[in-house]
Design a protein around this ligand. Structure first.
Ligand SMILES: [Zn+2]
Length: 429
């Protein structure tokens, strides 16, 4: 007997990448009042007519159904420092983040933290993520195990940092390589998990450690790589001092063999045209983290420049530098960042980047990011409004783009009704 579920609602997803500034786009697929049929965790069909009486059903008529969001850059141990006052990146790391991450050397702390973090992602409508735990092997083990329990698509890896970090947060090249190899053997390709070679950022790895990370990537093209790049001007200056031979910050990673089609680089605010061309040639993506960039005063990311150069852009919360796990809030902040540069980010462009666009950039388009037969049933059911202001705004909205744009600008996790992973309800309001 196949495990079945039929979900009714207003289905919204994308069949292609919407163009910049297009509020009307052929890439948008809106199927109001449709049924999404799930069999054994996968989407079996989408249809207008109700399924037979033998289908168990979740009737969400009048509600929005979207693919689960993909957060391409977030730190699991940093829920403890979200919303910390008063500093920029380098000071923020030393004052808040490093002390919080040190606690994850303890397996019990790491396990509790991983469960809290993944349940929080689901409660915000995010069903897949690219995640930094800490330098400690146990933190990666705990995170992978908790994701496996929930059936989630998760990409993560033990953080590499062998210098410029306090005691209790440094590894060394030999031990780090052994830990990575052990974690890759244990988790990479198991269930819906994948390993990412995880360089915190260039300043906290010696050239020898970066070279080791590059070797791991060269040995197995199915591994991901995640790191930070060109987030903050003081950081960029520091990287120039530490790596005088490199043409740019990004070039540090290029020289170490860390740029490839599965590389996810957070921020990328202070890049130049040559850097963007290098990203394009490598097929690497920028995980744009607008709420973090605003909160830490890092700068305004040039989405259009990156896209014009052919570099993929996805969206990320970057909690705890970011101030919410909500991808709605992240999209609303992305709109404001672009508005500062007199650019207009459409709801379609933003939603695409958080669903199908992220799936494509992560080479997971066959699995997640859209509502069509064959994909895993990772999806969320949303109310169109939470509270009288949003309710009123929805009443008077004209046209689909206006409605969806107001929804993502005014909405947050209070709009989330249910989150499904592999067709299993993992969160219910
Ligand atoms: Zn980050």
């Amino acid at each position: 007997m196949k495990k079945r579920l039929a979900i009714r609602g207003d289905l919204l997803d994308f069949t292609a990448e919407p163009g910049w500034g297009e509020t009307e786009s052929a890439a948008v697929r809106f199927r109001p009042d449709h049924w999404l049929l799930i069999e054994d965790g996968r989407i079996a069909a989408v249809q207008a007519q109700a399924p037979g009486a033998d289908w168990p059903r979740a009737d969400h008529a009048g509600r929005l159904v979207l693919p689960g969001f993909v957060d391409t850059h977030v730190h699991s141990p940093q829920l403890d420092v979200i919303g910390s006052y008063g500093s920029e990146l380098l000071d923020w790391l030393n004052t808040y983040t490093f002390p919080a991450e040190r606690r994850y050397a303890d397996a019990a702390v790491a396990q509790q933290g991983a469960a809290l973090f993944l349940d929080a992602l689901l409660a915000h409508g995010t069903t897949a993520a690219v995640v930094f735990p800490t330098v400690h092997k146990v933190s990666a083990d705990a995170l992978f195990a908790a994701a496996a329990e929930r059936g989630m698509r998760l990409i993560a890896g033990k953080v590499l940092m062998d210098r410029h970090a306090p005691d209790g947060l440094r590894d060394d090249v030999v031990q780090a390589e052994a830990d990575c190899r052990e974690l890759i053997a244990r988790w990479h390709g198991r269930e819906r998990l994948a390993y990412a070679v995880t360089v915190r950022f260039a300043p906290t790895s010696t050239p020898a450690q970066l070279a080791m990370a590059g070797r791991l990537c060269a040995e197995d093209a199915t591994l991901y790589m995640q790191t930070h790049v060109a987030e903050n001007r003081d950081e960029v200056r520091w990287v120039r001092e530490l790596f005088p031979e490199a043409r740019s910050y990004l070039d540090v990673y290029a020289r170490a063999g860390l740029l490839h089609g599965r590389s996810v680089l957070a921020h990328g605010i202070w890049l130049d045209d040559t850097d963007r061309a290098v990203l394009r040639a490598a097929g690497a993506q920028i995980a744009h983290s607008p709420s973090s960039n605003l909160f830490l005063g890092s700068g305004l990311f040039g989405w259009r420049e990156a896209e014009a150069a052919g570099a993929a852009v996805t969206l990320a919360s970057d909690v705890g530098g970011g101030t919410s796990l909500s991808m709605l809030r992240t999209m609303a902040d992305a709109y404001k960042v672009q508005a500062m540069a007199h650019q207009r980010l459409t709801a379609w462009k933003a939603l695409h980047a958080a669903t199908r666009g992220a799936a494509r950039a992560l080479a997971l388009e066959h699995e997640i990011g859209s509502l069509e037969a064959g994909r895993m049933a990772d999806l969320c059911v949303w109310d169109w409004a939470a509270g009288p202001v949003a309710e009123r705004r929805m009443e008077v909205a004209r046209g689909l783009h206006e409605k969806v744009f107001a929804w993502l600008t005014l909405g947050d996790e209070r709009c989330l009704v249910a989150a499904y992973v592999n067709g299993v309800q993992r969160h219910r309001r």
